[in-house]
Write a new protein. Sequence first.
Length: 142
Amino acid sequence: MDENYQRVKDILESNGIRPTSQRLEMAHLLLEKHQHLQAEEVFHLVNHHFPHASRATIFNNLKLFAEKGILGTLDLKAGITHFDSNTNRHHHALNETTGEITDVELDEELEKEILAELSKSYFAKTGIELENSKVVITLRGE
């Protein structure tokens, strides 16, 4: 077994997921690089490499991978979920013109300061405390 597939198989098994051939192929395609894909995009990606995979199987496995923490989820617009293959702590920049989502890492101290200020401001305006916040920067124009 190829080294990358073995790594993916180990990830699945360590998260209590039986590594069927479809799950292994799907996880390999999703985890080979950092990407932010909607469910339909994942379906087309997997189906291109594994033509007999059903939409239901792919969507169910996406849900399972997200529940187990193998993939993150990112909801930028109501009802639209992106599956994020980078599960390390990070934030996002959204290019409103192209729709491209880019991972953004912040220095730990700077991140604490920014999130503290955002939390304070949000609480002052809404009375709601933020927990486990992440920053999404929307880029407009050129």
